[in-house]
Write a protein that binds this ligand. Structure first.
Ligand code: NAD
Ligand code: WQD
Length: 358
């Protein structure tokens, strides 16, 4: 069974490729490395002991997509490729609409020509916009509030139109909540460019000493401690969710959206404490003004995925923070240097922090 994984070198894609390879799927990756590093793929091979074909290609180049489909007997596609920064999408909206929407339309068009009509798509909880009603279920009215979120919402609509035009398609749209964590091997993880926008990459760089302190955006929300609450989900649980969605699209026809979250919210301060425990470092912080566009609370109702995909998240925040820290500790510059170089001269993690490699 051959699965095309677009964006397979990225954060969630690389973790999903590990799970696919370990389950015996043949994997073909298409990525333009605009936000990833080929080193991640070497490490996927190091973890799994398996090789796979990789195309350094852009979804905006339809000829290359055609080449990928003509050279391989693809059964289904998991489509991660896209740009994902909210702030950047406000600054350069046209690039976001072009990359995410045109890329997806090109992909679906070529899939259709080759009769490959099984698709798992990376959507996002961001499609729900600024709702106050939690937990959020899939019936919640959509209303993305920034260009990035609108690309996801519009792609969901495009995929709906595609299915209505041809009911041979089978499409799962996965709305992720807040993915964090890393593979327990410490070999792959999130490698943001420049200053991280998201909470966990920022906290882990503060723990590592490469940033001075965390800015907490607001402590006056109507939450347990005044800081924002989110549904953090371990990236390995998320990756496994894709395999369940793949089974679903292979066995049925239709189109459906599923929340992938834990159903539990943690505040920023709770995450700071959990990370301090995992890393045995203190995380200095200051309280700053609220970040525009942030909701107070956001967490999933994950029942639909449990009932229809037979999937649920199993890893708690302690494991999420330990795995993030292991990745950060052994890869202080992400993929910019090989793993071998980065660990030279490092105190083994269990001596440095008291917790064990798995
Ligand atoms: P990522 O940036 O690490 O991975 C995306 C990959 O797609 C990168 O390797 C990038 O090089 C590639 N890519 C981008 N545009 C491309 C193009 N035109 N052609 C070929 N390759 C292209 O992001 P991620 O965190 O792994 O997210 C994967 C998907 O999940 C994205 O679609 C993202 O919007 C979505 N998502 C992410 C989060 C999150 O917090 N990480 C949350 C919800 C949804
Ligand atoms: C989490 C909490 C912040 C950073 C974003 C995207 C969303 C999705 C996931 C792709 C909030 C607080 C953060 C910091 C802080 N991505 N925070 N200091 O905003 O829930 O979701 O990533 O689809 O579209 O919007 O995640 O990690 O940025 O923030 O206090 O330096 O941490 O205010 O309460 P968010 P986040």
């Amino acid at each position: 069974m051959a699965i095309l994984v677009t964006g397979g070198a990225g954060y969630i894609g690389s973790h999903t490729c590990v799970e696919l390879l370990q389950k015996g799927y043949e994997v073909i990756i298409l990525d333009n490395f605009s936000n990833s590093n080929p080193e991640a793929l070497k490490r996927v091979t190091a973890i799994t002991g398996k090789d796979f074909k990789t195309y350094n290609a852009d979804l905006l180049d339809k000829q290359t997509i055609i080449q990928v489909f003509s050279e391989n007997e693809i059964n289904a596609v998991i489509h991660f490729a896209g740009l994902k920064s909210v702030g950047e999408s406000v600054a350069i909206p046209l690039q976001y609409y072009q990359n995410n929407m045109t890329g997806t339309v090109n992909l679906c068009e070529v899939m259709s020509w080759y009769g490959v009509k099984k698709l798992v798509f990376s959507s996002s909880a961001t499609v729900y916009g600024a709702t106050d009603k939690v937990p959020i279920d899939e019936e919640t009215t959509l209303g993305a509030i920034n260009p990035y979120g609108r690309t996801k919402q519009m792609i969901e609509e495009i995929l709906g139109d595609l299915f209505r035009s041809d009911q041979a398609w089978s499409i799962a749209m996965l709305r992720y909540f807040n993915p964090i964590g890393a593979h327990p091997s410490g070999l792959i993880g999130e490698d943001p460019n420049g200053i991280p926008n998201n909470l966990l990459p920022y906290i882990s760089q503060v723990a590592a000493g490469s940033r001075q302190r965390l800015s907490i955006f607001g402590d006056d929300y109507a939450t347990k401690d005044g800081t924002g609450v989110r549904d953090y989900i371990h990236v390995v649980d998320l990756a496994i969710g894709h395999l369940h969605a793949l089974e679903k699209v292979q066995s049925t026809q239709g189109i459906d959206a599923f929340n992938l979250g834990t159903g539990r919210g943690y505040s920023v301060l709770e995450m700071v404490r959990a990370f301090e425990k995992a890393s045995m470092k203190s995380i200095p912080y200051t309280i700053e003004r609220r970040r525009p566009g942030d909701a107070a609370v956001c967490f999933a109702n994950p029942e639909k995925a449990r009932n229809q995909l037979n999937w649920q998240a199993n890893r708690g925040i302690d494991v999420m923070c330990e795995d993030t820290w292991r990745w950060q500790y052994y890869n202080p510059v992400g993929y910019k240097e090989t793993f071998d170089k980065q660990i030279v001269g490092k105190t083994p993690l269990h001596q440095a922090t008291g917790f064990l490699m798995p």
